[in-house]
Structure formats: structure tokens, C-alpha cells
Design a protein around this ligand. Sequence first.
Ligand code: FAD
Length: 414
Amino acid sequence: MMPTLQNHSEITIIGAGPAGITAALALGKKGIPCMLIDQDYFPREKICGDGLSGKVVSTLNKIDPEYARQLYQTGMATDSWSVRFYAPSSKMAEIDFRPSNQSIPPGFVCKRAGFDNFLLEKAINLPLVTFHPGIEVKKISRSMENLLLEDINGTWKMTTNLLLIACGANRNLIGTFDPAYPGIENEGIGIRAYFKNVSGCSARNAIEIHFLRELLPWYLWIFPFNNHSANVGLALPVRLARKQDMSLKRLLFHLIEKYPYLKARFSGAEMLGKPAAQRLPFYTGAFPIAGDRYMLLGDAARLIDPFTGEGIGNAMVSGMVAADVAALCYQKKDYSTNASQHYHEKVYQKLKHDLDIGLRLHQLAINPRLLNMVIGRASKSLKIRNLLTEMLYDTNTKGKLRNRLFHLKVFLRL
Ligand SMILES: Cc1cc2nc3c(=O)[nH]c(=O)nc-3n(C[C@H](O)[C@H](O)[C@H](O)COP(=O)(O)OP(=O)(O)OC[C@H]3O[C@@H](n4cnc5c(N)ncnc54)[C@H](O)[C@@H]3O)c2cc1C
């Protein structure tokens, strides 16, 4: 049965993933009403590697200093302290994450059904956040001073002054309203599965990134949980996936079988449930992510780091920025392009340097010899490992990242 809905909300958010929920949470905490809509009922699964980076932890801390600790205390989230990069040659370099707060682990691995629901419960406990699950928005159009949202047969309709679009890179929906929305070329595609009893995972629950020639510039991952299970998956550019003569599931098993060091680790492992695949709309360059009465958040704005594949942290950052800008629009009752344009500027001010570095590294990671050399040398040199840590994980050094890439090149004599 269709839930009863008010037919107008000043601020509406489509999509209760990390981007949309963060925006709802931040608006609710500012005392500004908003309506959050999702096609699914929660808890719901989301195909993901389940890796929560330091950026997720630091954004959680900004929303509420207790959230990261509470998430950890639920027991759903496995603490992770480092990342292991494996070169195509199978050489490995381990890089420590830097905790932003000594009492909270620097990163986690947490199933998305649990993480998203944890955040959602925080949001819907706020009196000014209204949540409506089970509504798939199929069309967005302009109607007088408002935007009009409709479901597939037009029986459900509502209007809104400002729309935060956080429904992933849902081209079928966003394209109904913004024909210039980027196409699917240059996307990645990933598949993830759960396994139990993968051997050789580190005691510090290092997340593992295995660069294999077949997937470059992307990789196979093993992200361990502390109950002897792991999220295992791979990602590769869509254009490479199209050239494969096997399904992604077969490719995953084929690669595990092909590389002896992986095969040995899966000899006693068992897959749990079915693998599932989804597109990765990673960043390929800036494009307009706000306009008259709307803002695009998270994957809808293509904010996935092209090198690491991380999207949750950036989705949450965009949710925070969207809430700040929406709050100003709400106070001034101005939802025009000029007002929402601040969102475009602020998001790229915060994220563009890192995303551009990610794009550059993504372009470099196509070269197996380069990966063998960088990871090989990093495995022996603390100095290179520290440089890599700063380049990849130190969110306070945005302005210096270009320099660090430069220093790394000099250091490696590239
Ligand atoms: C295989 C894979 C592995 C990944 N691994 C990682 C990882 O380990 N770490 C990491 O940081 N990132 C990872 N990512 C990226 C990460 O999953 C996304 O960047 C992140 O989920 C983006 O959050 P979001 O809120 O923008 O969108 P989503 O999390 O996709 O949420 C969008 C929400 O919108 C809802 N929705 C969609 N369409 C409609 C509609 N028409 N009407 C109503 N509701 C709608 C959906 O139900 C969903 O709840 C991975 C992605 C993939 C595909």
C-alpha cells in the first residue's frame, strides 16, 4: 500500500544512502525540516566492498563525535588499521592508516545494510526528518516555482522547492530532468561476494588491494571481517569488462585460481550467498552538479575516487555541504541557480584536488611495471610508504598533494 505522503516538502532528498542520509541528518540537526525518500525498505543491501575509510570516520565525527564510537560498539563494524597493496608481481607493501582520534579505529569494514541503517536510524529519530521508504521516483520535472516528483504510473506526486538528488548515478531518473547528465562510458563495474575462512588475513584487519594485470587500473580486493569472513570482489573499467569472454563471477573465480598466492588463501574458503555486481560511477572530471532548485550528491555527482574506488566518504562530505547550502537557501527562501551554485563550488573546493590526484594515479596504475616498481620499493622503504600514506589518506594535505606526487616521482626517478 502506498504510504500517505504530504504533497509538498520545501526540501526533499531522493535516496537514503550515505549521501542522502548525511544531508538529512545535518539538516535535521540544524532544525530544518526535510523529507527523505527511498525506493527500498530498510535495512537494505547495497553492493559494495564495505570499506569505511578515514574520511567516513572523520565525517561521522563532524556530524556527531559519538557516532563512530557507537558504530564500533554495535559490533557490526570490524576495525581496520592498514591497507596492503599487492603489485602485479605479488610484492606487497603495507601502509598504516592514521587514526584521527586515538580512541577510535582509523577505518572499518562494515556491511552496508548495517551501516546505512545505523545512519538512517539516527536521522529518523530527529523530529524534523520525515522518511518515506518504498517509493521509487520515476520522473522529475519543473512545475511553476517547484519541482514535481512522480512515481512510475503518476498516481503518486509531490512538489518540492529544493531537491537533493542522492539516488546514485541513476541515469534513468536524473536523465528525465537533466539531459546533459554524463553517460555511462568511462565507468567502472564491480562484483562483490562474501566468503568465510579466507586464510592469511592480517591480525590488524588490513584491507587488501591486489593489482592484477587483467583488471588494471583497478583491482581485486579482500576486506576482512573479524568473524573469519571477508568481502571479496573485483572492479574493472566497463570497456575492459565488455572485452572479457566470461562473466564477472567467473572472472573472480578464474583470477583466484590463476594466481597461486591467492589460490592458497582460498583453499579452505567457502562462498556465502550469491555474488552481485554494480556500476561504479567514478570521477572523470568536474561537471555541473547543481542548478535551479537541485543539487546532485554522492554517486549522482560521480564523486567516487578513481584510484581507490572509495565513494562513501565523499558521498557523506557532499551530504554535509548540501545541508549547509540548503540551510542558507531555506533561510533566504532562495532556491535559484545562484544559491545552489555555492554547492557546486564548495564540493569541488573540498574534494577536487583529491579526486584529480586519484584520476592521475588511476591513469598511472594502468602500467603494471610502474606498479611493480612503486609497490616493490615501498615494500622496502618506510620513506616511500610514508609518502604514499600522505598522498592517499591524509585529508589535511589537500593543497600539498600535487607536491607529494611530484616528490614521489622524483624519489622514484620517474
Ligand atoms: C562493487 C562496489 C564496491 C564498492 N566498494 C566501496 C568501498 O569499499 N568503500 C567505499 O567507500 N565505496 C565503495 N563503493 C562505492 C560506494 O558504494 C558508493 O560510492 C556509495 O554507496 C555512494 O553513496 P550514495 O549515497 O551516493 O548512493 P547509494 O549508496 O547508491 O544510495 C542511493 C540510494 O538511492 C535509492 N534510490 C535509487 N534510485 C531511486 C529512485 N528512483 N527513487 C527512490 N530511491 C532511489 C537507492 O535505493 C539507495 O538507497 C563501491 C561500489 C561498488 C559498486
